[in-house]
Ligand binder design. Structure first.
Ligand SMILES: *[C@@H]1O[C@H](CO)[C@@H](O)[C@H](O)[C@H]1NC(C)=O
Ligand SMILES: *[C@@H]1O[C@H](CO)[C@@H](O)[C@H](O)[C@H]1NC(C)=O
Ligand SMILES: *[C@@H]1O[C@H](CO)[C@@H](O)[C@H](O)[C@H]1NC(C)=O
Ligand SMILES: *[C@@H]1O[C@H](CO)[C@@H](O)[C@H](O)[C@H]1NC(C)=O
Ligand SMILES: *[C@@H]1O[C@H](CO)[C@@H](O)[C@H](O)[C@H]1NC(C)=O
Ligand SMILES: *[C@@H]1O[C@H](CO)[C@@H](O)[C@H](O)[C@H]1NC(C)=O
Ligand SMILES: *[C@@H]1O[C@H](CO)[C@@H](O)[C@H](O)[C@H]1NC(C)=O
Length: 835
């Protein structure tokens, strides 16, 4: 009964909903044309990198758009109809051809377009496409590129570096001991001599592989076949391998197991070449696995193959800010590695969507992706996450179903796809071969990070750090941009995470405005922009101007009654050697520490300058690092390792908002803020002695749980360990330096700060209070308890409240002035007790 109803619904949807989608037409959709015409948008170096955090960020911008109110399923469908157009290729004009202003040399002619066109009928939408102003052009084109699959095989001129792509592979291999790929997948084996031949226009005549790909004209084919490592568009970088996001989103849009589509509806009356196939298909299959398998069967089958090859490895040509995914070969590009991963992930998320939405019906698409591509917890079920892909493929794919669905979809696709031959029979055997080769490939070639390693290697700190990166423009863009991109990704710059602001080392002025959006950051920080940055380093002016800005912010925070919750870090990332440091600089740095006590100052310099800069930071040994950055970002991970640990250990500040910039106000009274932590993660906090130096009897902090949330909270505090945590390994001197308490569903943990600076004569010598809130890892599937979309990154986040009582205001600056006055009055005893 239910299925019949769905069938009827589907037929109606097809009848009504065939809105003549622009992305289904055989020319570039009008609203996507600017992505192929505007030189700034055509050059992908100007667009945000294709990474999962950027994709999630762009999707979240659409979700947060007040004019768009679509649920998860509708939004994913609309993304496919509006922004996905697979198979767009460049068509080289002959050298003598006239150039024409009315011709855009791009059209959807690659094989992936035909499947896409059919898919839009299988996953119909009865709404208009999203309005053109939903996203700015740069993000629209970035999203289009991320979800549209095509292969750009034009010769770029950098093919001599195809082989060096392997070095990034090596990095991944180190992280995943299980990684082992067959030799065929290795990029290095590309024969450059052979490439040379192609460059001279001599295609090897009888290589069946060369003919497999393209069904266009001979001259087109020769040009397209030219790059030894063609670019695969539509690949998005994740910690668990590159993923074709088009397949991923399509799987989610297709989303329920029960939706059956009669095959004859798809072929619009065309006579099927093969009658012996099931009469309906289940939408999630053609949207994911069967779609790519059918392409491979038809393209390779018509080239005379009897064994269908799936899988084509490749890699990014950079390890930071990934934009170009280069395939290791130009044949067998119907079901590449990223497409396999995207198809698997889309299949798992699509088939489990009903169950997922039963747990939390208002789940957002951005949250679904965020949960799945996360080292822990998964989509309300720790099995359902990207690191578990291989195991999921064994559990969730029923091979006989996959074969039946793929045969049926192959028959349907065959009626719409131009091919270099006509298959007159035998598709059963070809599909069997493709499915069996896919199983083998998933089990032995797709060696992505597994869950055990992902969990051990994860950064357990969830950061909310407002980082201000001060750069000097003597850095080459190719060197500094990948480094800053790495910082953006590592600090989780994002709606629920950190922000980044770029300042000038010449005078502390703002070069790139503060942003919580990684996509916006990358759109802003282009090479062109970098070239306009002022050169030179002046620490004195920079410190003075940064202090003025931060004090302005403290005044604003008084107005806003901000109690804290974010960390603030000023990171000098300097290339200039022998940085001028003199008494004036030191004075400015000291004033900054006095009046902006929660701003942590860190230096990362290309030449070792620890001694020369040591008086400008709090802990010279950890706060000053030397970074040797290589052009192209090949070593950012290692080069910035120590710097990032320094940033990660800066706790979120908790403040008395009344202090403002003058530190002359009185008690905070009782105030609170609500915070969130995910199971298995920890948030660190820091309270400066400036708020409790006076040894007030009533100064204290309390942590209590608000709302539900599974699992236990553990609260640890310390005066010497800046990131205190239960069960951490400490130096022997520190064994008793950390105190931890469990926090149940009711009650609270109280940290008393009465007398906490007793025995310290200056504020700077009195250590801060460090504390942490950790949610222990879950052993059961979490319910959705954190349902506020504005506040909760994940629906299973645990909410808690931090309450402060009687925080005071002291600054070394005001104390120094007051001390002089007191000395003048001749009162010399027990100065600080009188405050
Ligand atoms: C909207 O579409 C037109 C072309 O149809 C394009 O010129 C314009 O720039 C688009 N606007 C945005 C904001 O994308
Ligand atoms: C990657 O390749 C693209 C396309 O050739 C090129 O524009 C880009 O500069 C390359 N990036 C790096 C880091 O080499
Ligand atoms: C603190 O971080 C949160 C989450 O990233 C952000 O929404 C908020 O605006 C930040 N607040 C400040 C004062 O930076
Ligand atoms: C920062 O934002 C302000 C206000 O939106 C704008 O006027 C200013 O031009 C921006 N500055 C930079 C460097 O982008
Ligand atoms: C403080 O608030 C004012 C007025 O809203 C704003 O112009 C200024 O940019 C804010 N300062 C900082 C540092 O955020
Ligand atoms: C510190 O910097 C000054 C000014 O550039 C330079 O003269 C001096 O040699 C440096 N000192 C050290 C220890 O590097
Ligand atoms: C610390 O170790 C104990 C015993 O192994 C464990 O039960 C507890 O959950 C751990 N605490 C944290 C915060 O991981």
């Amino acid at each position: 009964m239910k299925m019949d109803w769905l069938l009827v619904f589907f037929l109606i949807a097809i009848a009504n909903g065939a809105h003549g989608q622009a992305t289904a037409q055989s020319s570039v959709a009008p609203e996507l044309r600017e992505c192929y015409m505007d030189p700034n948008l055509v050059n992908r170096n100007n667009l945000p990198p294709t990474t999962m955090p950027v994709l999630i960020d762009i999707i979240r911008k659409i979700e947060n758009n007040p004019n768009i109110n679509l649920d998860l399923r509708m939004l994913s469908t609309q993304l496919l109809h509006t922004f996905r157009q697979d198979g767009i290729e460049f068509h080289q004009r002959g050298t003598n051809a006239p150039s024409s202003s009315i011709v855009l040399p791009f059209a959807p002619t690659f094989h992936s377009f035909h499947r896409h066109r059919l898919l839009l009928r299988i996953v119909p939408s009865n709404q208009q496409v999203l309005p053109n102003n939903t996203l700015p052009s740069s993000l629209k084109c970035a999203l289009h590129n991320m979800i549209s699959t095509t292969v750009d095989a034009r010769v770029r001129g950098d093919e001599n570096t195809c082989g060096s792509l392997a070095q990034y592979r090596a990095l991944r291999t180190v992280r995943s001991p299980r990684s082992r790929r067959s030799i065929d997948d290795d990029v290095e084996i590309i024969d450059l001599k052979q490439l040379g031949e192609h460059r001279n226009g001599h295609m090897m005549q009888n290589d069946p592989d060369s003919d497999v790909e393209y069904a266009g004209s001979v001259s087109d084919r020769q040009l397209l076949g030219a790059s030894a490592c063609p670019i695969l568009t539509g690949a998005v970088n994740t910690h668990w391998g590159a993923v074709s996001a088009g397949n991923l989103i399509a799987g989610i849009a297709a989303g329920t197991e029960t939706q059956q589509v009669p095959i004859l509806e798809l072929t619009k009356g065309s006579v099927l070449n093969y009658q012996n196939v099931q009469s309906t298909i289940t939408t999630v299959f053609p949207a994911t696995l069967s779609g790519d398998l059918a392409e491979a069967v038809l393209v390779q089958g018509t080239a005379g193959r009897t064994s269908i090859t799936v899988g084509n490895a490749g890699n990014w040509n950079s390890s930071a800010a990934t934009r170009f995914y280069m395939l290791s070969g130009r044949t067998n590009v119907e079901m590449t590695d990223p497409e396999i991963r995207g198809a698997l992930d889309g299949f798992f998320l699509g088939t489990s969507l009903t169950e997922t939405l039963r747990t939390f019906s208002s789940l957002k698409l951005s949250q679904l992706l965020d949960m799945y591509y996360n080292p822990m917890n998964g989509v309300f079920n720790s099995n359902l996450r990207a690191c578990n892909r291989r195991e999921l493929s064994q559990q969730l794919i029923v091979v006989s179903n996959l074969i039946g669905e793929t045969r049926a979809f192959t028959a349907a696709l065959d009626t719409v796809m131009p091919l270099a031959g006509t298959l007159t029979g035998g598709i059963e055997g070809l599909v069997d071969s493709a499915v069996s080769n896919l199983q083998t490939y998933i089990n032995s070639n797709l060696n992505d990070l597994n869950c055990a390693i992902s969990e051990t290697a994860r950064v357990v700190t969830r950061l909310r750090t407002n980082i201000y990166v001060v750069i000097d423009a003597s850095w080459q863009y190719q060197t500094i941009y990948p480094a800053i991109s790495h910082i953006v990704e590592s600090l989780e710059v994002g709606h629920f995470g950190s922000s980044i602001t770029i300042l000038s080392a010449f005078d502390g002025s703002v070069l790139i405005n503060q942003t919580f959006s990684p996509a916006d950051f990358h759109v802003e920080y282009t090479q062109q922009r970098h070239l306009t940055f002022p050169t030179g380093v002046n620490l004195q002016t920079t410190f003075a101007n940064v202090r003025a800005m931060m004090q302005d912010q403290l005044r604003n925070e008084t107005t806003l009654n901000y109690v804290g919750g974010n960390a603030t870090v000023l990171l000098f990332l300097l290339n200039a050697g022998n940085i001028e440091n003199n008494a004036n600089v030191a004075q400015e740095a000291r004033l900054t520490a006095d009046y902006v006590p929660d701003l942590r100052v860190l230096f990362a310099t290309s030449a070792a300058q620890t001694e020369n800069l040591s008086n400008l930071v709090r802990e010279p040994l950890t706060d000053i690092t030397t970074v040797s950055l290589a052009a192209g970002g090949t070593n950012v991970g290692t080069a910035l390792g120590a710097t990032l640990v320094g940033i990660q250990n800066v706790g979120r500040r908790i403040i008395n908002p009344l202090c403002g910039s003058a530190f002359s106000a009185g008690s905070s009274g009782t105030r609170q803020l609500t915070q969130y932590v995910d199971p298995g993660y920890v948030n660190y906090y820091r309270i400066s002695p400036n708020y409790f130096f006076g040894n007030n009897d009533n100064t204290r902090v309390r942590v209590s749980r608000t709302g539900g949330g599974e699992g236990n909270l553990v609260i640890c505090h310390s005066r010497s360990v800046s990131a205190p945590r239960q069960n951490q390994t400490l130096a022997s001197l520190e064994t008793n330096a950390v105190t931890c308490q469990n926090l149940g569903a009711t009650g609270n943990v109280e940290i008393n700060l009465a007398g906490a600076c007793g025995g310290f004569s200056t504020i700077l010598s009195c250590p801060p209070l460090f504390f942490s809130v950790e949610a222990t890892a879950l052993t059961t599937n979490p319910p959705a308890t954190c349902t506020d979309a504005v506040q909760c990154r994940f629906p299973y986040d645990v909410a808690y409240q931090i309450q402060v009582e009687d925080l005071q205001c002291f600054s070394s600056g005001t104390i120094a002035a007051a001390s002089i006055m007191i000395l003048v009055l001749g009162i010399v005893t027990n100065i600080f007790r009188n405050f």
